[in-house]
Design a binder for this molecule. Structure first.
Ligand code: NAD
Length: 339
C-alpha cells in the first residue's frame, strides 16, 4: 500500500512536490489544501488531485466560487500518514499536525528550531529515519550542501566563504519583483551559513548574500580551503560520485543563468525545472593545491523537490538506504541527464 501524503500549500513548491510524489510507486497524494479557489486550485483538480480548503473560512470562498472542495485541511489530515507543509513561513500548523497524529515535512522558510532536524538526502538521511518532523532547508542552503558535503566527506574542508547572488523573486511572482536595485543582506553571516550548519554542524562556513534584479536562478561564488592538496579533476571526480550535481560549461556556451535555464527547457522536464545544482566545470579553479574556487547556480523553484520525496521516505521508513531512495527519486524525475 503506498504511503498517503497530504500537501498543505499548493504554490511554487507545493505543486512541484505533489507532482514528484505522484511519480513514486511507494507513496501517493491523497489531497492538496489551498486557501483560495484560484487557477492553481482548478488545475490541481483537473490533474486529479482532491482539493481541500485550508479552513472553514476558505471553504466558504470555494463554495462562493462554485468550486466543490473535498473538505477542510483537518479532514485531509485524517486521510494522511504524512503532510508536506509548503505554506509560507510561520503559518503555524504544527499543533494541528500534532493533534492529527501525522508526520510532517516543512520547507526552508521555517526556522530549524521548529523541528530541530533539517534534512539533506546525501548528508543525513540516516539521522532522519523514522523521525516525526523534519525541515528541508531552503533552496540556497540545499545548493551549498550539495557541493560542500561531498568535498568535506572526501577531501576535508577547513573553511568556506560563499557569496550568494540571489534572485529577487520567482518568475510567477509579480508582487515582489524583480527589483531595480542590488540589495546587500547586511546581517553577517547571512542566515544561509548557520542554516548549512543545521545539517553539517561541524562545517566552518561564512556566507554573504546580495539580492539582484533577476527571477531565474541564484548564483553562488564559493571559496573553499581544503585539508588536502587536490587538482581540479579530482574535485570534479568527487562531485561526480554524488547525484544532483550537474556540470555546465562556459566553453560550450553556458555563460550565465539564462543559458542554464535554456538548457533546462531543452531537457523537456516538467515546468523546465532543474533539480540539480549546476556547477561550471570550467569555473572550477584550485590555487596552490588547497584553495578551491567555483561558481554554481541554483534553480530555486525546484532543487528542494527531490529532497522532499526522500524526506518522506526517511520519515515513513519506506526505504532505509539513502542511495536507493535517491536513485528511485532521480529515476522517476529523470534527474541526472546533465553530466
Ligand atoms: P508560494 O507563495 O508560492 O506558495 C504558498 C502557498 O501556500 C500558496 O498556494 C498560498 O495560497 C498558500 N498559503 C498562504 N498562506 C497560507 C496559510 N496560512 N495556510 C495554508 N496555505 C497558505 O510559496 P513557496 O515559494 O512555494 O514557499 C513555500 C515554502 O517553501 C516557504 O517556506 C519558502 O521559504 C520555501 N521555499 C521556497 C522556494 C522558492 O524559491 N519559491 C525555494 C525553497 C523553499
Amino acid at each position: 500500500m503506498p504511503a498517503k501524503i497530504a500537501i498543505n500549500g499548493y504554490g511554487t513548491i507545493g505543486k512541484r512536490v505533489a507532482d514528484a510524489v505522484s511519480l513514486q510507486d511507494d507513496m501517493k497524494v491523497v489531497g492538496v489544501a489551498k486557501t483560495k479557489p484560484n487557477f492553481e486550485a482548478k488545475l490541481a483538480a483537473k490533474k486529479g488531485y482532491s482539493v481541500y480548503a485550508s479552513d472553514k473560512e476558505s471553504l466558504g470562498k470555494f463554495a462562493k466560487a462554485g468550486f466543490q472542495a473535498a473538505g477542510t485541511l483537518e479532514d485531509l489530515l485524517k486521510e494522511a500518514d504524512l503532510v508536506v507543509d509548503c505554506t509560507p513561513e510561520e503559518s503555524g500548523y504544527k499543533p494541528m499536525y500534532e493533534k492529527a497524529g501525522v508526520k510532517a515535512v516543512w520547507q526552508g522558510g521555517e526556522e530549524h528550531s521548529l523541528t530541530n532536524l533539517s534534512f539533506n538526502a546525501a548528508a543525513n538521511y540516516a539521522d532522519c529515519l523514522g523521525a516525526r518532523f523534519v525541515r528541508v532547508p531552503s533552496c540556497n542552503t540545499t545548493g551549498l550542501i550539495r557541493t560542500l558535503y561531498p568535498l568535506d566527506a572526501h577531501i576535508g574542508v577547513e573553511k568556506v566563504l560563499a557569496v550568494m547572488v540571489r534572485r529577487a523573486a520567482d518568475p510567477g511572482d509579480s508582487k515582489k519583483g524583480p527589483i531595480n536595485a542590488i540589495e546587500p543582506e547586511l546581517e553577517m553571516p547571512s542566515h544561509h551559513g548557520p542554516d548549512v550548519q543545521s545539517v553539517l554542524p561541524k562545517l566552518n562556513i561564512h556566507t554573504i548574500a546580495v539580492k539582484v534584479s533577476s527571477t531565474l536562478m541564484h548564483l553562488h561564488a564559493v571559496s573553499v580551503d581544503l585539508k588536502e592538496p587536490v587538482d581540479e579533476a579530482q574535485v570534479l571526480d568527487v562531485w561526480k560520485r554524488f547525484p544532483r550535481v550537474a556540470f555546465v560549461s562556459g566553453g560550450e556556451g553556458v555563460k550565465s543563468t539564462a543559458q542554464i535555464m535554456e538548457l533546462a527547457r531543452d531537457l523537456s522536464r516538467d515546468r523546465s525545472d532543474l533539480y540539480e545544482i549546476a556547477v561550471w566545470k570550467d569555473g572550477v579553479h584550485v590555487v596552490e593545491g588547497k584553495h578551491l574556487y567555483y561558481f554554481q547556480a541554483v534553480h530555486q523553484e525546484s532543487d528542494v523537490v527531490p529532497e522532499n520525496v526522500d524526506a518522506i521516505r526517511a520519515l515513513l521508513q519506506l526505504e532505509k538506504d539513502p542511495r536507493k531512495s535517491m536513485e528511485k527519486t532521480d529515476r522517476t524525475m529523470r534527474i541526472g541527464a546533465v553530466r
